[in-house]
Design a protein around this ligand. Sequence first.
Ligand code: ARG
Ligand code: ZN
Length: 860
Amino acid sequence: MTTTQGQNAHYLADYRPYPFVLTATRMTFELHPQATRVVTALSLAPRDPQQAEDLVLDGGKGVKLVSLTIDGVAPDPSRIIRREETLTISAAALPPHPFLLETAVQIDPSANTAFEGLYISNGMFCTQCEAEGFRHITFYPDRPDVMATFHVTIDSDLPVLLSNGNPVGQSQGRAEWHDPWPKPSYLFALVAGDLVAVSDSFTTRSGRRVALNVWVRPGDQDRAGFAMESLVKSMSWDEAVYGREYDLDVFNIVAVDDFNMGAMENKGLNIFNSKLVLASPDTATDTDYDRIEAVIAHEYFHNWTGNRITCRDWFQLCLKEGLTVFRDQQFTSDLRSAAVKRIEDVQALRARQFREDQGPLAHPPRPDRYEEINNFYTATVYEKGAEVIGMLKRLVGDDGYRRALDLYFDRHDGDAATIEDWLQVFQDATGRDLTQFKRWYTDAGTPRLSLAEDWQPGDTGGTLTLTFTQDNPPTPGQTQKSPRVIPVAVGLIGPNGDEIVPTQVLEMTEASQSFSFDGLGARPVVSALRGFSAPVTLSRPLDDATRAFLLAHDTDPFARWEAGRDLALSALTAASRGQAVSGDYVDAIGHLIADGNADPAFRALCLNLPGEEEIATRLSSQGIVPVPDAIHVAREALARRIAETHLDLLSRLYDDMAVPGPYRPDASDAARRSLRHAVLALLTRIDGGERAEILFGIAGNMTERMAALTALLRRGLGQAELAALHDQFAGNRLVMDKWFGIQPMAAPPAQAVQIAHALSQRKDFDWKNPNRFRALIGGLSANHAGFHAADGSGYDFVANWLLRMDPLNPQIAARMSTAFETWTRYDAGRRARALTALERIAAADGLSRNTSEMVSRMIA
Ligand code: ARG
Ligand code: ZN
C-alpha cells in the first residue's frame, strides 16, 4: 500500500472564492523551442479591500521567474515566496486597491513531454490547458472561477500564429488576438506553426459572418473536409435546437499529432487530436467518421455549455461534460438513426462506465474528493453525466427541459456554475422538487433494479402488478445509500405480438414499489426499461422463449435489441461454465437475419455477439468469478454455431450487403457495411478466411480493409494482409496506429502478449506519441483473455510500460492504468499477479501524483 494516499487531496467542502478579482489578462509570447519568454500582466483587485490576503498564484516547476512588478515596481524579494507549485506574494507587498501585476517567465516547450501547457508537436507549438496546464505556462490563478478577458501577442517567425478570440493585428513575425469573453485559464490556447487551412464560412441567424478554418499540416488538406462539414452542421443544429449562436468572428480548429485526449474546446480555437479531424475513405473507417462528426460537435457545443457557462471548480466537471455529451448524442441521433445511436451509447456506457462503477475506481458524477483532477475525466463524469440529464428530461418532459435550458442560459451566462445551480433552474422552470434526484450526482454506483410480476385474471379483465425493487450497492467511501428516483419506461405487449399499452414512464422513488395495470384481456409480456430509461441493471426472471418473443415483437428498438442481448448473454454465460446452451438464441438470430425490413445497422448490432469483457462483467454481477479463457472458447463456439446453422442465409446476406459505387461515410452506406462485416466475422470462422482475404484484396476503403483484417487476425490468419497494409501506409501515422492496435487486440489470446511485446521492440513504435502508446497498450488491454493471461504476463507487460511512460507523460500512464480496474473480480491466482504488478507500480520512485492516485485507489 502506498503512503502518499491523501496527502494531495482536494475536497469540494473546502471551496472558497479567490480572494482577488481578475478582470483582464494581457500576455506576450516570444516563442522559442527551448526558451520561450512569457510576459503576463494581470489587472487585479482585492475582493475585500478591508481584508489583506496573500496573493497565491499557481506555477509549475518548469516556470522560471525572470521578473515581477506591482504597478511597475519590484517588491522586496523577501515578499515573494516560490514553492514547488505556487508563487506567493505576501499581503504586505500588495496595495488595498486595484493594481497591475506583471511577470516575465521563461519556459522550455521542447522539454514538455507531458503535453500539458505549451509544448511542441511535430514542429508546431501548441497548448493543452484543461484542467491545470496553464500553470505550466505562467504564474496565474489557475482555477475555473477566475475569469478574465485575454489580449495575447505572439512573436515568432512561424507563418501561422493563433490564439483565442478575434484577430486584432497581424504583421511580419507578430500576431495579436483579443478575446472579449471573460474566460478561465483552462480555455486559453495558442498555436504556432507551418499550417494550412481548409476554410469556409457560416452566417449565424442574427447575421454574423464567421470565418471557419480547419488548420492542418501541409499535405493534409484533402483530409479535413469532413471535419469542416461537421462543424457547419453543428453550428446550425445548436441554433435550431438550443437557440445558441456563435459569438466571435472566427472559429479555428487545429489538428495536432501529439495530444493526450480527444479534443479541447478552447474559446474560438479548438485543438484536436489529429485522428479526430483527418479522414479520407482510404485512411479512415466508418467509425472514425462517426467519431469525428460527434467530437467536432461536442467541442463546438462547449462554446455555450462550458465556455459561456463554465464550472465553478473541477468537482463540477460533469456540469459541462455531461451536458455537452448529452447534446452531442442528441445531435447524432438527429442526423443519423436515433435507435442505433441509443443502442451504441448504452453499449459504450456498459462497457466503460458500468465497469468503472463495479470496481475500486467507482465515484459519483460529481465527486467530492480528488488528488489529481485529470484522473476524473472518466466515463462516469462524461457518459453517466449525460445519462443523468437524459433522466431529468424524461422526468420533466421535452417542454420542461426546453424551459429549464433557456433559463439556464439566461441566468448563468458568464458564470462559473455548480450542479446546485443546474438543478435549481429545473426546479424553477418546472416546479419539480429535485432533492432526491440529486443523489444521481452525489452517489456512486449502478443501482440494481429487479422486477417481479403478479398476474390476477378477473371477470372484467386481468390485473398485472409490477413490483420494482432497487438496491444500491456500496462503493468506495459510500457504504449506506438511499433510494434514487428511477424513471422506468414500460410498455405491454399482447400474446399475439401487438402492443396493448404504449410506453409510459413509471417513477420509482422508494426502495420497493408496485404499479398495476388492469382491464387486461390476457396476460401481456412486459417490455421494461424501454430506451434504457435509467442507467441501472435490470434483472427479471424471464425465460429464453419470452426473450425471443420480445426480440421478435417489441416496438421499442432498444428493448428489442436488449432482448437479443440477454438471450446471447444467457447462452454465453452458460457455455462459459460448461453448461448446455439452448438453441433459442441461434434460432432467433436466424429470424432477424432474414428480416429484410429491419435496418441493417440494427441487425448488425444484434448480430455482433457481446464481447468477452461484457460477458465477464455480466458473470461477475451475478457473483460468479469469470474465467477468461473459458469465456473466449464459449464465444468462439457460439459464433461458429451461428455461422454453421445459418450458413446459406449469411452467405446471401454478405453478398446482398455489398455497397456499390464510391465510398460515402453516410449512415445508410455505413449501416450496410456494418451488417456485412458482422456477417463476415461469423463466416470467417468457417470459410478458412476466404471471403476476408478477397475483401481485403479488393477493398476500396479503410472500413473494409480493417473489417477483413480483424476477421483474419482473430482466426490467427492475415499475416500477408498485415504486411500489405504496412507497405501501403507506413508513412501515415493514423493508419499505422491502427496497424499497431489491431494486432494485440485481435490476436488469439495465447499469442497476444508475445505479439504486443514484439511490436513494442520495433523502431516505429514511437511510444512517446500518445496515440501510438494507446494503440499498443490499449490494444492488449482490450484483448480480455490475452491481457488476463493466467501467468500474469499481460499484467507485467502493461505495468512495465506504465512505469516507463509515467515520468514522461503521467496523464497517459494514469489513464492506461485503468486496464487493471477490474482486477478484483478474477480468481485468486490472477488477483495475486495483478496485485503484484500494481504494487510494483506503487513502489516506483518519483511516481506521478496521477498514477499514484489511480494505483492506490485500485489496491485500497
Ligand atoms: N474538455 C475536453 C473535452 O471533453 C477534454 C479535455 C481533458 N483534458 C485533460 N487533460 N484532462 O472536450
Ligand atoms: Zn467535453
